[in-house]
Design a protein around this ligand. Structure first.
Ligand SMILES: O=C(O)CCC(=O)c1ccccc1C(=O)O
Ligand SMILES: [Mg+2]
Length: 360
């Protein structure tokens, strides 16, 4: 297994209530084919891009991958239990990197698109050919938010996710209303507070946002506060509640059991791999909770993998996968660029046929 480090800057920092995201640093993970041992049937490519706060640190990610043979050559056989030795809770990005590389290799060997393999493993029907996506708007000042919203709608997006929670609630409400006035009633608006509010502020927010027609409010309360999220849902049906950070901290099952979410925001990089993200999406669906797939502002390999995961979820809601444009450079041309608020799922085989053939 070969690791190739990379470091990519964002065009401008993505401001969130938990601070700005300025760079994304991680590893490409290349495996096989190791014709001698036969444990990896074809070349496969993965990406491990940790985001501390959502995943392990970069150092922990690298150590975990090296501990299961990363750092060697891609032709070296991989221990059969290598993937099992990467803990999806402690080192989700590391597990994502190897799980994706192995899944890409297996799908390539079979001549299937990754989405087809993922769907079959979960007993889901044939994947979709396109996936709807939301535009991601950072927690900048009101003019910047309105500007970004107008540009996104001109570009064909009909769903916008606006970061909130970095300023006073009064200012956020005014900011969201400014966006609503600018884009009109026909565009779906989501707001993501990244856990910034206490219960009283969150209660006030859902009351004051009731008439804004929000598609959902994401992570209004700290990650651990599932009871608070459940209570918000009980009092305010006009503002659906989505959970993101809570899934990493409390787990999907606890969130579903607590009745704490109308929607769950599933990040393959934070959940330990494409396979685990799709399994989570299927479980959420079965519990009547809408799954949404997003990146952690990953490079093109993991972003493409997340598109395959989303494609495998029948009738998926708009996903947070239009994040490539936030990076000021990328590892390869995008095999599934965003057009008119949607991405086309690559045919394969694997992630995207030959699209990543020049990558290490
Ligand atoms: O969902 C999106 O539109 C993009 C992804 C996103 O917002 C995000 C990206 C990196 C880390 C956290 C988050 C988040 O959803 O909170
Ligand atoms: Mg979020």
């Amino acid at each position: 297994m070969r690791l190739s480090p990379f470091s990519l800057g964002l065009t401008s920092p993505l401001e969130t209530a938990r601070g700005p995201i300025e760079r994304r640093e991680g590893f490409l993970v290349a495996v096989g084919p190791d014709s001698d041992a036969g444990s990896v049937p074809a070349r496969g490519l993965g990406e491990a891009t940790p985001l501390p706060g959502w995943t392990e640190s970069r150092a922990a990610c690298e150590a975990a991958l090296r501990g299961v043979g990363g750092g060697g050559d891609d032709r070296e056989p991989i221990a059969p239990d290598a993937l099992d030795r990467l803990d999806p809770v402690d080192t989700p990005a590391a597990r994502h990197g190897l799980a994706l590389a192995l899944a890409d290799a297996t799908a390539r060997d079979a001549g299937d698109a990754l989405a087809e393999r993922l769907a079959r493993a979960e007993g889901l029907p044939a994947p979709a050919e396109t996936v709807p996506v939301n535009a991601t708007i950072g927690d900048g000042d009101p003019e910047a938010a309105v500007d970004a919203a107008e540009r996104a709608v001109e570009g064909g997006f009909d769903c916008l996710k606006v970061k909130v929670g970095a300023r006073d609630l009064d200012d956020d409400i005014e900011r969201l209303w400014a966006v609503r006035r600018a884009v009109g009633g026909g565009v779906a608006l989501r707001a993501d507070a990244n856990g910034a509010w206490d219960r009283e502020t969150a209660r006030s927010a859902v009351e004051r946002l009731a008439s804004l027609d929000l598609a959902y409010l994401e992570q209004p309360l700290p990650a651990d506060d599932l009871d608070g999220a459940a209570a918000l849902r009980e009092r305010q049906t006009e503002v659906p509640i989505a959970l993101d950070e809570s899934l990493a901290s409390r787990g999907l099952d606890a969130a579903l059991d607590a009745g704490a979410a109308d929607a769950v925001v599933l990040k393959p990089m934070a959940l330990g791999g494409p396979d685990r993200a799709l399994a989570a999406a299927r479980r959420a669906r079965e519990a009547g909770v809408e799954p949404v797939i997003t990146t952690t502002i990953d490079a093109v390999v993991a972003r493409t993998a997340a598109v395959h995961v989303a494609a495998a979820v029948p009738e998926i809601a708009p996903c947070g996968l239009a994040t490539g444009s936030l990076l000021d450079a990328d590892l390869a041309p995008d095999p599934c660029p965003v057009s008119a608020g949607s991405v086309t799922v690559p045919d394969g085989p694997g992630l995207a046929g030959d699209a990543f053939g020049d990558l290490p």
